[in-house]
Design a protein around this ligand. Structure first.
Ligand code: AP5
Ligand code: MG
Length: 211
């Protein structure tokens, strides 16, 4: 299955991808995770992306497109992939389309996770991630076990100011990607509010992967 996850910051894309990939057996490719790894490694891409990310701005298309397309051309993506956070601009969607067509491949589903703006800031501010397991927690909604609390990290772009900027970028640049895919009948929308497990069930139903 070739699948795209779209949703505002804090919609639960990462949380849900971790659940879904267990069954689907396809890699979860988050361009946010790829860029954070590039920043940590101080690679050329990371050095160029760092400032945009910390401000909550989008990293320029010309930096992201090449890295994302190269990633889905790797061997582990032969039987499918779950893209999280890419494409998030129209030029990115067009570049992905072109790369898939060139390989005679197509997408199966574009899953949009809807969460109202007024729930986003609290989800983002309370998020903590375990750098060892990759597990995503929330101080209130999904509290971490005591034994891992000391090693949890808080993303530098998870401030209220950067979060509001990311949200406005989502509405201005990423939401217009949805009609691009609606034209091909690929879009399924799910309500992202409620317990994560309930959201997972909605996604499985919407994507016919609940067997
Ligand atoms: P990226 O890492 O993609 O961030 P994002 O899109 O802002 O999304 P998040 O990772 O913040 O949220 P999520 O939907 O994964 O939510 P999560 O599951 O963690 O991108 C970061 C930056 O990289 C961008 O701003 C940009 O600079 C750059 N970038 C990346 N891709 C790019 C691209 N293609 N082009 C240009 N630039 C790019 O959940 C959030 C919190 O909510 C957690 O604490 C979780 O526990 C909690 N939670 C989850 N589900 C629920 C629920 N159902 N109920 C209550 N709480 C919940
Ligand atoms: Mg994420």
């Amino acid at each position: 299955m070739r699948m795209i996850l779209i949703g505002p910051p804090g919609a639960g894309k990462g949380t849900q991808a971790k659940q879904l990939k267990e069954n689907l057996n396809i890699p979860h490719i988050s361009t946010g995770d790829m860029l954070r790894a590039a920043v940590a490694a101080e690679s050329e891409l990371g050095k160029q992306a760092k400032d945009f990310m910390e401000r909550g701005a989008l990293v320029p298309d010309e930096l992201v497109i090449g890295a994302a397309i190269a990633r889905i051309q790797q061997n582990d993506c032969k039987s499918g992939f779950m893209l999280d956070g890419f494409p998030r601009t129209l030029p990115q969607a067009e570049a992905l389309d072109k790369a898939l067509k060139a390989a005679s491949l197509s997408l199966d589903v574009v899953l949009v996770i809807d969460v109202p703006d007024d729930l986003i800031v609290s989800r983002i501010i309370g998020r903590r991630q375990d750098p060892v397991t990759g597990e995503i927690y929330h101080l209130e909604f999904n509290p971490p076990p005591a034994e891992v609390v000391d090693r949890l990290v808080h993303r530098p772009d998870d401030t209220e100011e950067a979060c509001r900027k990311r949200l406005s970028k989502y509405h201005a640049e990423t939401a217009p990607v949805i009609p691009f895919y609606e034209e091909n009948g690929l879009v399924k929308r799910v309500d992202g509010v409620g317990e994560p497990i309930k959201v997972t069930k909605r996604i499985r139903r919407a994507t016919n992967t609940d067997n």
